[in-house]
Design a binder for this molecule. Structure first.
Ligand code: KIV
Length: 272
């Protein structure tokens, strides 16, 4: 089926719900800095996620837990300066919203005010209900995140597929309905079975965005370093690499090193 794509000069949370209603899939990709965000935005990606995966791919931490609110604001403001079209969603980092709703609101306000972002994302369902309500009541759009929620990695113990068993799948379905009822504008579904993504997506009017959730989500998200093949040791089944930038960059940099050593660079035309 070919889908007539509506042009969105500026993507808003409302555009995403319209896209779902019109059967247009939503593209979402992470970015953490100005130069990358400029390229991502110019390529018409609908949503840029300033993910707390910055903790892994930008800072080299093993998990997403160490990144701070100040660091997320720094990344988000760099991204915001680059974009003309995309909706920019920023992860509330671990520890900035789970303990109490007032702190959650303070954290979300700091992100919106200090970075200029358009929305925040939080991980979890019923456990963080009061925080989600409080943030939404202040007029800040909230995206949910269910399934494999990396901020809970020490509870899960592994990064394997979530909600394969009925009890966990039922809880996920209830959490998704709850997040929609509270007023979230979308939900990321990470690493869950494709048939569960289908069921959840069909039960909601707000869009689901999958990562390792299969083709029935209303949109897809990837970490840009993975899509570009910069994180060459990370090979989950759900990942499609569109480049092997690790190798390409390595070759370019080695050429530069050998040109400097051999005094080929700079040549007469490359000096003043
Ligand atoms: O932090 C992140 O990049 C994310 C995506 C994996 C959805 O939350």
């Amino acid at each position: 089926m070919s889908i007539a794509k509506k042009e969105y000069k500026r993507v808003t949370v409302k555009s995403l719900v319209d896209m779902k209603r019109n059967g247009e899939k939503i593209s979402m990709l992470t970015a953490y800095d100005y130069s990358m965000a400029k390229i991502v935005d110019a390529a018409n990606v609908d949503v840029i996620l300033v993910g707390d995966s910055a903790s892994n791919v930008m800072a080299g931490h093993e998990t997403t837990l160490p990144i701070t609110l100040d660091q997320m604001i720094y990344h988000a403001s760099s991204v915001i300066r680059a974009i003309d079209r995309a909706l920019v969603v920023v992860d509330l980092p671990f520890g900035s919203y789970q303990s109490d709703p007032k702190e959650a609101l303070r954290s979300a306000i700091r992100i919106m005010k200090e970075s200029g972002a358009h929305a925040v994302k939080v991980e979890g369902g019923a456990e963080i209900k009061e925080s989600v309500k409080r943030i939404l009541a202040a007029g800040i759009p909230v995206m949910g995140h269910l399934g494999l929620t990396p901020q809970s990695i020490y509870k899960f113990g592994t990064y394997t597929v979530r909600a394969k068993e009925e009890v966990e799948a039922e809880k996920l379905k209830e959490d998704a309905l709850l997040l929609e009822k509270l007023g979230c504008f979308g939900i990321v579904l990470e690493k869950i079975p494709a048939n569960l993504t289908k069921e959840v997506s069909e039960s909601l009017t707000i869009p689901t965005i999958g990562i390792g959730g299969g083709k029935h989500a209303d949109g897809q998200v990837l970490v840009i370093h993975d899509l570009l093949g910069m994180t060459h040791e990370f090979n989950p089944r759900f990942l499609r690499r569109y480049m092997n930038l690790y190798e390409e960059m390595g070759k370019a940099i080695s050429s530069y090193v050998s040109d400097v050593k051999s005094m080929d660079f700079p040549n007469n035309e490359e000096q003043y």
